[in-house]
Write a protein that binds this ligand. Structure first.
Ligand SMILES: *Cc1c(COP(=O)(O)O)cnc(C)c1O
Length: 376
């Protein structure tokens, strides 16, 4: 049978099944129940913060964080242009405008040096995204935010357990959001979390996700809220995943170490970095093809696909997408555009074996070598 290596796959190797069965047996299948509370408490502890509020997915987690911070029509929020679309869309849901920031060449995260020139009287804050598992260089971002009175949201959807100077992501800004989609480092199928140390923001998020109900007066709705709640079943899966968080993170870093070992000598590739102040959790081990490579990125991906290896291209920068194109017409984002045009996410998941990584690396190296040969 032909080998097939998917780009991602969940690893449900702990108490997932028994906790879900417990929900079914006890009939606690909706959004009240002990797993919701336990998962929230354990996740707050995991991030090193006081409060964690679960919700349906990482996109609404961002929406809740922005609403809790009071973002509204015509406000501006700075976001990296190289991110998943949800980061920009959540800003748009509030009637506000995402202002795009180009990437750093090394970490691929938003470049803090470019923030200050984009601040206007309407700027309310910054969303940093710890892209593909590498934390953002937070100190310069926090310094700019403090000097200009801006909030900082961490979109940590891709970086559960990543660290900046020994501190877990999620605890670095005013508020942070996570996703538990099926391909994320910790999954609940679909799911999300908002975390913060701030009592007021935590209470606001709780109220907003539960239809806006007054916590002290049942069926009294002083504000317009949403139904953004997570179910006990999702939380049951999440708690089981979180119990094995160290294993999930260890396995991803091990997979990355195999990729480094086998790809570091291969000509034509730039590999991910792990800055001295960072712990990278490698949501996706990614490579960027050098400019001089004679095959296009999509051709390399197609050749890998031929050999049963699934990959993903980097995200399209937000400023190139139809809903956002006009917003950034006169701007330049050459770093993000270069990365997006030549970046590939390789298979990265906790259950991947060393022989799978060998197979991927041999295939990739072979494709690049035969492309060289074809011209010489
Ligand atoms: C996955 C992801 C999200 C959205 O999470 P969902 O749970 O799919 O809604 C947001 N931001 C980033 C950076 C992501 O990778």
């Amino acid at each position: 049978m032909k080998r097939f290596i998917p780009v991602a796959a969940p690893a449900l190797v702990g108490n997932e099944k028994s906790y879900v069965m417990d929900c079914l047996d006890s009939t606690w299948i909706s959004s009240a129940g002990k797993y919701v509370e336990n998962f929230e408490q354990a996740f707050a502890a995991f991030c090193g913060v006081k409060y964690a509020m679960s919700c349906n997915n990482g996109t609404v987690a961002l929406h809740l964080a922005l609403l809790a911070l009071g973002v509204g029509p015509d406000d501006e929020v700075m976001v990296p242009t190289l991110t998943f679309v949800a980061t920009a869309n959540a800003v748009t849901y509030c009637g506000a405008h995402p202002i795009f920031i180009d990437s750093e060449p090394e970490t691929w995260n938003l470049n803090p040096d470019l923030l200050e020139e984009k601040i206007t009287p309407r700027t309310k804050g910054i969303i940093v995204v710890h892209l593909y598992g590498h934390p953002v260089n937070m100190e310069p971002v926090l310094d700019i935010a403090q000097r200009h009175g801006l909030f900082v949201i961490e979109d940590a959807a891709e970086a559960h357990g990543a660290e900046y100077k020994g501190q877990r992501v999620g605890s670095l800004g005013d508020i942070a959001t996570f996703s538990f989609y099926g391909n994320k480092i910790i999954t609940t199928g679909e799911g999300g979390m908002v975390v913060t140390d701030d009592d007021k923001l935590a209470n606001k998020v709780r109220q907003l996700k539960g239809q806006g109900m007054d916590p002290k007066r049942r069926y009294w709705f002083p504000i317009i809220g949403y139904n953004y709640r997570m179910t006990n079943i999702q939380a049951a899966i999440g708690l089981a995943q979180l119990e094995k968080a160290d294993w999930h993170i260890y396995r991803r870093r091990e997979v990355a170490s195999w990729y480094y070992k086998r790809l570091k000598e291969v000509q034509g590739l730039t590999l991910p970095v792990e800055k001295e102040w960072a712990k990278n959790v490698y949501w996706m081990f990614s490579v960027v093809l050098d400019d001089g490579i004679l095959l296009g990125r999509d051709e390399v991906m197609a050749a890998l696909r031929e050999q049963g290896i699934e990959t993903r291209p980097f995200f399209y920068p937000m400023h190139t997408l139809p809903p956002y194109r006009n917003l950034a017409e006169k701007d330049y984002f050459s770093v993000a555009e270069g990365l997006a045009a030549r970046g590939i996410n390789l298979p990265t998941w906790a259950g991947l074996q060393e022989r799978d990584v060998d197979f991927v690396c041999e295939a990739l190296a072979g494709i690049l070598v035969s492309a060289q040969r074809a011209v010489s």
